[in-house]
Design a binder for this molecule. Structure first.
Ligand code: FPP
Length: 256
């Protein structure tokens, strides 16, 4: 019998129709726990396990970049107890899983504003980034304390500083200069966003970077999102007609 935790070697979608970069909003942990009459923390722990498996599946499927939205700038507004629980979970997960990720050649990077994080968590994050910096496998980006608006504000602030210092003329500001100041600027933009948990919104995730991302929404709660469902999302993506604002190839007579 196939182990459900291990994606069949090849996904159904052909290799040249796979996304290069998947971004995921892992929503529904709280409701998953609630449905089982358990506290929300149980759902977050199950969500952590699901994230761990997803990292392996995505790489096995042949997708080289993965960005997980683990904690948004808005999540600071959750009750203090839940915020602490999440911070403890991040720390424990890092301590427990980093060795395995490193062994599997995963390169880890954190994006977001980390100014409010505790010293121990910050130290583990820095260690994870520096230890895995030369790895050539999956590029795993973990968005924590991240907000798309904040990302844009920081990129704009850097440009404004260059203008104020006379290093840059306002007329020289263009999309590529702005993009160069954003998180993940050295990686391809996400081709596919997966959001679990039934909501159809992007909740201040990679606002600029997702201008042409294909959006896949599913009712499945994050801890239940398994390899088979990833496969379904990949098949859905493989059938998208991505035009990036252009028109499809038209027969001569139909051209304007
Ligand atoms: C959203 O579900 C989930 C979060 C805010 C936390 C995500 C964190 C994890 C999946 C665990 C750790 C992951 C890593 C990569 C270390 P929700 O709480 O909003 O669920 P609800 O909508 O059902 O209330």
């Amino acid at each position: 019998m196939t182990d459900p935790d291990h994606l069949p070697i090849a996904p159904d979608a052909a290799a040249d129709r796979l996304p290069r970069h998947i971004a995921i909003i892992m929503d529904g942990n709280g409701r998953w726990a609630q449905q089982r009459g358990r506290p929300r923390g149980v759902g977050h722990r199950a969500g952590g396990q699901a994230a761990r498996k997803m990292i392996e599946w995505v790489w096995n499927a042949g997708v080289p970049h993965l960005t997980l939205f683990a904690f948004s700038t808005e999540n600071w507004e959750r009750p203090g107890k839940e915020v602490k629980l999440l911070m403890d979970l991040f720390l424990r997960t890092l301590k427990r899983d980093m060795h395995e990720l490193h062994k599997n050649d995963v390169r880890v990077q954190f994006i977001g504003d980390h100014g409010r994080f505790g010293a121990e968590l910050l130290a583990e994050m820095a260690r994870a980034e520096s230890e895995t910096r030369s790895n050539a496998g999956l590029r795993l980006n973990i968005a924590v304390g991240y907000g798309g608006r904040q990302d844009l504000v920081e990129a704009m602030r850097a440009l404004a500083k260059d203008v104020a210092a006379g290093r840059l003329a306002p007329v020289q500001i263009d999309a590529s200069r702005l993009a160069a100041g954003l998180a993940l600027h050295d990686q391809p933009e996400p081709d596919l966003l997966i959001r679990t948990g039934g909501e159809s919104r992007i909740s201040n995730f990679l606002l600029w970077q997702m201008a042409y991302t294909e959006l896949y929404f599913t009712q499945t709660l994050w801890p239940d999102f398994d390899a088979q469902q990833l496969n379904q999302a990949l098949s859905w993506f493989a059938n998208r007609d991505r035009r990036f604002g252009r028109v499809a190839e038209l027969p001569e007579a139909a051209r304007a």
